[in-house]
Design a protein around this ligand. Sequence first.
Ligand code: SOE
Length: 389
Amino acid sequence: MSAQLRVAMIGNGFMGAAHSQGWRVAPRFFDLPQQPHMTVMVGRDPAKNAHLAQKWGWEEASEDFEQVIARDDIDIVDIVTPGDTHCDMAIAALAAGKHVMCEKPLANSVAEAKKMADAAASAASKGVFAMVGFTYRRVPAATFARDLVARGAVGTVRQVRAQYLQDWLSDASVPLMWRLDKSKAGSGALGDIGAHAIDMAQFITGTSVTSVSGILETFVKERPVLAEGQGLSGTAGTGTGPVTVDDFAAFTGRFDSGALGVFEATRFSTGRKNALRVEVSGDKGAILFDMEDMNALQYYDATAPGTEQGFRRIFVTEADHPYVEAWWPAGHMLGYEHGFSHQVKDFVEAVAGGTQPTPSFADGLQVQQVLDAVERSSDAGSAWTSTSV
Ligand code: SOE
């Protein structure tokens, strides 16, 4: 086994910055079996890409993802581009024998996600592995929530509430960036942040959504176009264009356990900046995770004496909490960016050990099937719709 895993990252937007921090920092806090080497970053604008590659710690910059994927000195391809590129890039990288990490949602359709999952299953039989990047499950309090539910701390789960609330699009003057273009993003709030809510609800409960009844809405139907040469995001130009994705998604979901979930995803929830929340209610207790209070978990023990019952805020910073030992002493908190280092740690350990990293592309396909079912339900007047297609 070579000492290094040479990484190529394709994309240099917000997720490019976040993933770069993960590749740069994880080996300095976790004792990894192989050392990630930040070999090359791929971007479309040569000047911007060269500047960011140097700033973020990549050895080289390239504008040619096909050439990079084909290189013999690349072991991992990390895809952080918009969803319309995930399928072709991931399948090409797997075919070239590269391990793949791909941002969420896995793809822009179930058909694409199925092709990716099939390619990943075939590659895994040859010791080449793929993972989809749902990083919030790697926030210590989220993993701790899963551990509590798994050991019966809330008893039989009856209800789940999962929301992902942001407000950065409630300003109608925000221009038509790629996340508002169905041909690039696949959907709006539903896939961009609803996918996180679905993954977190399923991860914490250890169960899967099998049918849904949903509604999608677009509040602002026209927005200013991007100025010329502004790439996939930037300042407004002259004129307007249509928004082709949902601004708001809400749905009820039935889990394979029989539990019922209520889900909401919106980028118009005024005042909510990054409120990914999952509350799980059982017959023996409840937990509440809130990304806007990410170093704590609320836990209600219904088996405690009546006079002592109440939600208590567990500060998830003790060394024996998931991931925490590698960082700071108790009480010194972690941030949004640490989930990307945890993702690198888990991915490198799995790949080096010849085991399937999670969440797999099959897990990503299952989330895609839930997203697709919500769209089909909304088109059918919120009819109850199975996720299996
Ligand atoms: C925008 O809604 C966004 O950047 C999402 O695309 C990310 O997945 C989420 O983690 C933060 O918000």
